[in-house]
Design a protein around this ligand. Structure first.
Ligand SMILES: Cc1cc2nc3c(=O)[nH]c(=O)nc-3n(C[C@H](O)[C@H](O)[C@H](O)COP(=O)(O)O)c2cc1C
Length: 158
């Protein structure tokens, strides 16, 4: 995507956002870290098919908290990962923090605040990575707004 915006979504999250969801982190295909350099935590299918079943396939931003850690910015991909031709819908969260260890099995809470873009197919892995970096930049800027910052301190995360 050329000319990506730094701020995405309304000043104040609008219905149906924030969408709150939680579950145990499950193993994905393991491509996130190795092939993309962008590790993702996968949500269980039960969560993708319940709490996240009402929103369109695409890329989102919001807040995430792994049990025992603090609330951190995240970007999330909800969909089929057309580039990798997956057969099941997946919910993958990239938390903007460098963790030293995997946290499979940990409890993950997320608050989705806005939609960024549709999922796309790409003719190269580099273009996919470039777009995810633009998603991350947009999320970081967009989450600094007061109404978004407030959700970070919501009782849901306690
Ligand atoms: C913010 C974000 C945006 C993404 N956008 C796309 C996309 O547009 N198209 C696509 O095929 N995959 C997209 N992905 C999914 C990556 O392909 C995925 O993270 C990768 O397959 C790693 O999956 P794994 O953890 O199951 O191995 C996105 C992932 C993230 C975190």
């Amino acid at each position: 995507m050329a000319g990506r915006e730094l701020i995405v979504g309304p000043e104040t999250p609008e219905k149906p956002y924030p969408i709150l969801a939680e579950g145990e982190v499950v193993r994905g295909f393991g491509r996130g870290g190795k092939q993309l350099g962008i590790p993702t935590a996968n949500l269980p299918e039960s969560v993708v098919e319940s709490a996240l079943s009402e929103i369109p396939i695409g890329v989102y931003y919001g807040w995430a908290k792994v049990a025992g850690d603090s609330v951190r910015p995240m970007v999330m991909s909800l969909g089929w990962n057309p580039y990798f031709k997956n057969e099941k819908r997946s919910g993958e969260v990239h938390i903007m923090h460098k963790y030293d260890e995997d946290f499979y099995g940990s409890h993950l809470k997320i608050a989705i605040l806005a939609y960024i873009r549709p999922e796309k197919d790409y003719d190269s892995l580099d273009k996919l990575i470039e777009d995810i970096h633009a998603d991350i930049r947009a999320a970081e800027h967009s989450l600094k707004r007061e109404a978004h910052e407030r959700v970070r301190h919501d009782a849901f995360f306690d």
